[in-house]
Design a protein around this ligand. Structure first.
Ligand SMILES: Cc1cc2nc3c(=O)[nH]c(=O)nc-3n(C[C@H](O)[C@H](O)[C@H](O)COP(=O)(O)OP(=O)(O)OC[C@H]3O[C@@H](n4cnc5c(N)ncnc54)[C@H](O)[C@@H]3O)c2cc1C
Length: 765
């Protein structure tokens, strides 16, 4: 069933503790026509309650992190991995440093906080672990962990901040390294008169006792201001000696918020009302640490962010539909469970406190349950209703709702105004040999071709593989340029071929602009100029490019020409097909998808030159037909055979897991059918014997051979004595998994002068 049109955009910025609940809420009850987008600078977000447990060593980091990319995919939410740098509130768009603004109808901010640090040098000092933003906590912790474990003498760690997080981290750190021959000495330094000043006296007493028992020194009424050569400097001018610092002070607002124009409090946090809505801009909502409620102020703690999740989801839905909002009243007294590192915890609520191992088990149960809610389970989402809410239907193009009849031919394309709105802001670098550009209104682009050059042409188009239009545009352009790189052509021009569904015009303008901006970035880096294109109406989005490249007639290198004795080299790892099949159900790790996206955005431009420099005899690109499908084209009608080193195939992380779990691309079966006749009798193909010459089965991970690749690597034959140097150079130029994956041999047996097999073939070794 086709997805409903996009009529309104709800943009969630930050994958904090509240927004993860919003994702689940919209997965369970989607609003037809409302596209939900999560923008986060990290593809995973930590659950703060479990971070001290990670430090103490009770949990692996993966247990304490919510995979935002996978969760979004499983909830049917678009995920954009980018850092927001500002807001255009009049134009209703979220701004970034290196990509076009993203329009919104309703915006929600859950971006957390940064710590109050006296100076930037502290934040940048590798010996200082600044606990916030918490999405960057773990990387910094790993560095500190290595520093402590690798120390040849006893280190002193100073924890700046005596709130719950500071005390928990100090105790967890002490517990973690208790067994070292030289465990670090710890000292908590706090500006306040006591630790945990927001909690009752019983909690403070219990924690002071535990700190004392565990040998953690406490220094109160001391404000740390700077890092000094031998430790930290205090406001009173003193120096506390230490080797490393854990900085866990009160929360401060991110600087870009101050310039956003949203009303804020004296600390720069966005002020919100009882509807969790900005006090100055009704289309903006804010929750968690980044917001301060003017009607019900509460401390900055993850527990409040968690509680705001469901009421926020309800009000975002109402705001999008134009319905009255519902007031939310947070609890005044709340339960805190503060861990002491050794599977022991203190409970605090109002004036009540308690402690014990049972409190830790209680906390552990609550935390595990919370994390379980946000682990994608691959379950099918309810099919979104295509019927738009009445208020949304009014925003659709009249012809789309009046009688359902849409014109074909040239009536089915984007209007001139809308098109120029999408194209005008593109920053297209002009080439000297292109005589006209897209805005010159000529009917066709005029391009000069130097006399000594030939023109290489290619075309490709496909549906989005990722849901970020900017990234999709870049990948689509890169994929289309691959054919030119394989032949050794220098990219010159591109014509865009776009299909767009029936959405309100403003949505189409933005979508087209985002896709083309991503594409232009990739084309410009390749030296190609976007010279025109065509849009047409389609049932769903698709994008492709017809590309031209210039090539010296003497240098043309095709698929044919492999020589017996060559080594086969591939420039990029395999696995995009199965990984994205898994991702569509939220069943691939965000880190694996992030790596796959990075690989798909990696241009083969330099690789093409490197292969040629090392004497490549034939080159092709690995795309839709999978590795074996494309290799087969290289030896078709030849007397050559390929020996493929199955264990040397470079794979994207997570690809084999995806295949093992049965996530196959929809083209996989057809690729396998087509490729099987090429695989020689002694080949062993797990999972299928269909079409093999002998049908033997060896349990190799051979399914990857048929996995279709988007913007995949180049594969080429290089003389054996140049292969190692070629791979080294590829790796030094960013193709970190480039590898020799096989050899080219003769298919004719030299002793009998007979062919080993009837035709050219591929043998797995
Ligand atoms: C070690 C430690 C332990 C803690 N333990 C507890 C506890 O047990 N209980 C408790 O209640 N509180 C605890 N806290 C406090 C808690 O971490 C914060 O109050 C909580 O994280 C705030 O949650 P949030 O949802 O507002 O934002 P966060 O959880 O900080 O999430 C913010 C998200 O926004 C994203 N983001 C930020 N800026 C941008 C941007 N410009 N563009 C795009 N994305 C962006 C980040 O990547 C992140 O995903 C602890 C804090 C620390 C440091």
């Amino acid at each position: 069933m086709l997805a409903p049109p996009v009529v309104k955009d709800l943009v969630l910025v930050g994958g904090g503790h509240s927004h993860v609940s919003v994702l689940k809420a919209f997965a369970m009850a989607p609003v037809a026509g409302l596209r939900v987008t999560l923008v986060s600078r990290s593809y995973q977000s930590p659950y703060s309650g479990m971070l001290p447990g990670v430090v103490a060593g009770h949990y692996q980091s993966t247990h304490a992190y919510i995979d935002l990319m996978a969760l979004s995919a499983s909830c049917g939410v678009r995920f954009i991995n980018a850092e927001v740098s500002g807001l255009n509130l009049t134009g209703r768009a979220v701004q970034f440093e290196r990509r076009p603004p993203l329009p919104f109808d309703v915006l929600s901010l859950n971006t957390g906080s940064t710590p109050q640090v006296a100076s930037k040098p502290i934040q940048d000092d590798p010996a200082v672990l600044v606990a916030k933003p918490i999405d960057q906590f773990l990387d910094k912790w790993r560095r500190l962990e290595a520093q402590i474990e690798g120390a040849s003498e006893q280190l002193k760690v100073c924890v700046v901040g005596g709130g719950a997080a500071g005390v928990e981290l100090a105790l967890a750190t002490q517990f973690r390294f208790r067994a070292l021959a030289l465990p670090p000495k710890l000292e908590i330094v706090t500006a306040g008169g006591d630790i945990l000043e927001m909690h009752n006296a019983g909690v403070r007493r219990r924690l002071r006792r535990i700190l004392n028992e565990r040998g953690i020194r406490l220094t109160t009424d001391t404000r740390v201001t700077q890092r000094s050569e031998s430790g930290v400097t205090t406001a009173a001018g003193g120096n506390i000696e230490c080797d490393a610092v854990l900085w866990v002070t009160q929360a401060a607002a991110a600087s870009w918020l101050a310039e956003s124009g949203l009303d804020s409090d004296e600390h720069g946090f966005i002020t919100i009302n009882e509807y969790l809505q900005s006090t100055s801009h009704p289309c903006v909502f804010a929750v968690g640490d980044v917001a301060t409620s003017v009607t019900q102020p509460r401390p900055k703690a993850g527990v409040f962010a968690v509680r705001q999740g469901m009421p926020l989801a309800e009000n975002l839905r109402r705001a999008a539909l134009g319905e009255p909002l519902k007031a939310f009243k947070p609890q005044r007294r709340f339960l805190s469970l503060i861990s002491t590192g050794n599977r022991y915890a203190i409970a605090s609520r109002g004036r009540w406190s308690a402690e014990g191992q049972w409190v830790w088990r209680w906390k552990d149960r609550i935390d595990q349950r919370f994390m379980h809610r946000f682990t994608p389970d691959g379950a099918m989402r309810p099919e979104p209703d295509r019927r738009l809410p009445v208020s949304f239907a009014a925003l659709m193009p009249k012809s789309a709702v009046a009688d359902g009849m849409r014109c074909g031919g040239c009536g089915g394309k984007l209007g001139a105004d809308a098109l120029s709105q999408a194209l005008r802001p593109l920053k297209i670098e002009r080439r000297h040999d292109v005589r006209s550009d897209m805005m010159s209104r000529d009917d066709a682009a005029i391009v000069a071709v130097p006399q000594d050059r030939l023109v290489a042409l290619s075309v490709d188009a496909f549906r989005p593989i990722v849901d970020d239009p900017f990234v999709f545009g870049a990948i689509a352009a890169n994929h289309c340029l691959n054919d030119l790189y394989a032949m050794g052509a220098e990219p010159q021009t591109a014509l865009a071929i776009v299909a767009l569904p029936v959405w309100p015009e403003a949505k189409l303008v933005s979508e087209l602009h985002q896709m083309l901006a991503g594409a232009v970035q990739m084309l410009s880096a390749a030296g190609a100029q976007l010279v025109g294109g065509h849009t047409s109406e389609g049932s769903e989005i698709s994008l492709g490019f017809s590309v031209t490249g210039l090539i010296d007639g003497q240098q043309v290198l095709g698929k044919r020409g492999l020589r017996a004795g060559d080594k086969l080299i591939i420039t990029k790892p395999l696995g995009t097909g199965c990984l994205f099949a898994a991702h569509m159900r939220g069943q691939a790790h965000g880190s694996a998808i992030a790596t796959a996206i990075e690989t798909m955005r990696l241009s083969n431009r330099a690789a093409s030159t490197i292969l040629r420099t090392h004497g490549a005899s034939a080159v092709t690109d690995v795309t839709g037909f999978g590795l074996v499908g494309h290799l087969a084209e290289m030896i078709r009608d030849s007397k050559l055979a390929l020996e493929l080193f199955a264990d040397s195939l470079p794979l994207l992380p997570g690809a084999l897991d995806a295949l093992a779990s049965g996530w196959y691309s929809s083209l996989h079966a057809a690729n396998q059918r087509a490729a099987m006749p090429w695989l020689s009798a002694d080949n062993a193909i797990a999972g299928s014997t269909e079409g093999t010459r002998a049908g033997a089965i060896r349990p190799v991970n051979s399914a990857i051979l048929f996995d279709p690749q988007t913007a995949g690597g180049l594969v080429g034959g290089v003389p054996a004595d140049r292969a190692a140097a070629c791979v080294d150079e590829l790796r030094a130029n960013g193709y970190s998994l480039a590898a020799v994956i096989g050899s080219v041999v003769s298919a004719v047996d030299p002793t009998t002068e007979e062919r080993d097999l009837e035709i050219a073939h591929i043998r797995l070794c």
